[in-house]
Design a protein around this ligand. Structure first.
Ligand code: C2E
Ligand code: MG
Ligand code: MG
Ligand code: MG
Length: 329
């Protein structure tokens, strides 16, 4: 970069530049050795249906384990991982793990809420009809039985998205895990879709042809019009945490999120809100008709062995605060 810019203006090497260069070298070495040694981990964060409180899936979030520092989020090295192309190895590894997770994992069931007092009174007033078998509707969860199997979403860098063998890679992962393609979701950031243009569009078609749902991550951070995205064959979009975090304090954030939800729905996209940290944010999003939500308030990214316990404790908390199916409606 210094060379390129040097044509127009002098760029002097400063301690800051040296520092950045040294960081790159160190980060690349750390990343490469972790990939070679398999020092990697996937955490899973629950995705919750806002209307019922039920966990409908998870997002797979990678961690690279540094022997000294412990697990490191890709957010801290994504620039180096993309420049060096090492991100494609990370994505490939996560894809394999996520596919087998999608094949075997089922979240704990959301139990039917206790019948409301009104329902008990109505039932007592009903004449006994012993000869006709009526479905025991009280035994069903409020929103009916689980209508879909859980999904596992992976994040994909634009470097991976533009691999010419992407469809082959994803098909291979699905086949060797025996997972149904509809269980797997791929998240692409709004930025990478815009940067890659026609290549990204082709890759997206390849994935949807396999039956894998593709969605936009971090929506609202780029400059894409939803109408442009609507021309693509997308399954969902994730509203960036930045909007969610301003919901309670900033009335314009609320208007923006509502507009995004309504427009997405007009294009038949599922809307997922990221970064829900408070009950107030969750309740506002339920009111606004947001389909799914994710965030520390529901559950943190969690290693697979602890995931079901985390979900069960979320269900208990939801019951205690009267959220979703437990709101008593
Ligand atoms: P993302 O895909 O937008 O993931 C959401 C990030 O927000 C995650 O950070 C998650 O831990 C964090 N988060 C979830 N709920 C909350 C909340 O309530 N509050 C706050 N403050 N944060 C919350 P994480 O795990 O550090 O990942 C950061 C980014 O790294 C991801 O953003 C994604 O872009 C990237 N990434 C993660 N795993 C992979 C991967 O396997 N491949 C690639 N290419 N990128 C990945
Ligand atoms: Mg994501
Ligand atoms: Mg995101
Ligand atoms: Mg984000």
């Amino acid at each position: 970069r210094a060379k390129r810019e040097g044509r127009d203006r002098a760029v002097h090497y400063t301690p800051a530049l040296e520092h950045a260069a040294a960081r790159r070298v160190r980060t690349e070495a750390m990343l490469r050795s972790a990939l070679d040694a398999g020092r990697l981990q996937v955490l899973y964060q629950p995705v919750v249906a806002m209307a019922s409180g039920e966990v409908v899936g998870v997002e797979a979030l990678a961690r690279v384990i540094d022997p000294e520092q412990g697990p490191i989020s890709p957010a801290l090295f994504v620039d180096v991982a993309e420049e060096t192309g090492l991100v494609t190895r990370l994505d490939e590894w996560v894809l394999g793990r996520a596919s087998s997770m999608a094949q075997r994992w089922r979240p704990p069931a959301l139990e039917a809420p206790a019948p409301s007092a009104a329902a008990l009174v109505a039932r007592a007033a009903m004449p006994a009809v012993s000869s006709i078998a009526l479905p025991d509707t009280e035994a069903l969860p409020v929103n009916g039985p689980r209508h879909q199997l859980p999904t596992v979403a992976v994040n994909m860098s634009s470097r991976t998205l533009c691999r010419p063998d992407l469809a082959l890679l994803v098909r291979g992962a699905l086949q060797s895990s025996g997972s149904d393609p509809s269980r797997l979701l791929v998240e692409i950031t709004e930025h990478s879709l815009l940067d890659q243009g026609e290549d990204a569009r082709r890759a997206l078609d390849g994935l949807t042809d396999l039956g894998v749902g593709v969605g936009i991550d971090d929506f609202g951070t780029g400059w894409s019009a939803l109408s442009y995205l609507a021309a693509l064959d997308l399954a969902f979009m994730k509203v960036d945490r930045a909007f969610v975090s301003r919901l309670g304090t900033d009335t314009s954030a609320r208007a923006v999120v509502q507009a995004v939800i309504d427009l997405a729905h007009a294009h038949r996209l599922t809307v997922i809100a990221e970064g829900i940290e408070t009950e107030q944010q969750a309740r506002m999003l339920v009111e606004m008709g947001c389909d799914h939500g994710q965030g520390y308030w529901f559950g943190r990214p969690t290693p697979e062995p602890d995931l079901d316990a985390a979900i069960t404790s979320w269900y208990e908390r939801a019951r205690s605060v009267g959220f979703g199916a437990w709101s008593g409606e």
